[in-house]
Write a protein that binds this ligand. Sequence first.
Ligand SMILES: Nc1ncnc2c1ncn2[C@@H]1O[C@H](COP(=O)(O)OP(=O)(O)OP(=O)(O)O)[C@@H](O)[C@H]1O
Ligand SMILES: [Mg+2]
Length: 316
Amino acid sequence: MTTTTPTPTATPAAPVLVELTGLRKEFGGAAGGVAVDDVSLTVHEGETLALVGESGCGKTTLTRLLLRLLTPTAGRVSFAGRDLATLSPEELRRLRRQMQVVLQDPYSSMNPRWRIADIVAEPLVTHDPAARGRRGRAGTRRRVGELLEAVGLTAQMQDRYPHEFSGGQRQRVSIARALALEPRLVVLDEPTSALDVSVQARILDLLAELQQRHGLTYVFVSHNLAVVQQVADRVAVMRRGRIVEVGDAAQVFHAPRHPYTRQLLDAVPIPDPRRARRAGGTAPQAPADAVVPADGAGADEAVPDGGGAVDPGGAP
Ligand SMILES: Nc1ncnc2c1ncn2[C@@H]1O[C@H](COP(=O)(O)OP(=O)(O)OP(=O)(O)O)[C@@H](O)[C@H]1O
Ligand SMILES: [Mg+2]
């Protein structure tokens, strides 16, 4: 796999894929409250929109509303021009194929007793049970193998179990699973936060490469501004359930408009010489998580203790 530098793939003229209008989510119960408050936001075809903000500000809730895994208290979500609230369960099910999600901790969403083959094939089987018959066992194996190879693993790895993989490899498996139905949108909720820095860099490279190859649209949730700076075309800054600022990544990072965005940026040294010059100092040290190794080779996907029998295979 080549190391790719994420480049903005979307122009402002790209069609809107997702439109959120006046979205609100209140949770009941003792711990309840307003988690998402009057959010209006668009996501354009082919772009990476990053959603940043401190823990508890409502990022995950907003993505769950977008995916209609949660019903909004008020407001509207439309995907490819269709208001999700107006769809029948069957229509929603079909539309869902086009929107997939990758979470921070793939292990928690993988049945430890399932082989990778079954984990990756699951969306294929659930969304299109008839296809299983058409494709047959051999066809499904072939498709899973292709998906694993597309994320830098090997087709043979499908016979293994989740515990036989490293964290980075497991995240590759969950990306393969997310791609199984050829979605248009992938929501990535802190996809690299649980990984160490070098593995994180490779996964970000992989995501950039897959985006280019498949014309994917990403909603990328992260609290790591260095990561966001690397991946985002546009950035939405969230605070206490509201979007306080949204703009092109360069504008948000270099000319933030909202005081809260400035606060966020000041709290974390972002390796950008322009900001350092403006501040009258020398370039700040990149935080540990901002370090992206130039070299794509290495042992990042090495298997953790006890998994010595596993060959990292096609991982870069
Ligand atoms: N199912 C729920 N029931 C009640 N409150 C909830 C529920 N889910 C989220 N919340 C509350 O909504 C608010 C936003 O939570 P959310 O998980 O969206 O934040 P987040 O920005 O994703 O945080 P983090 O960065 O820690 O993942 C929090 O106050 C949380 O406690
Ligand atoms: Mg969250």
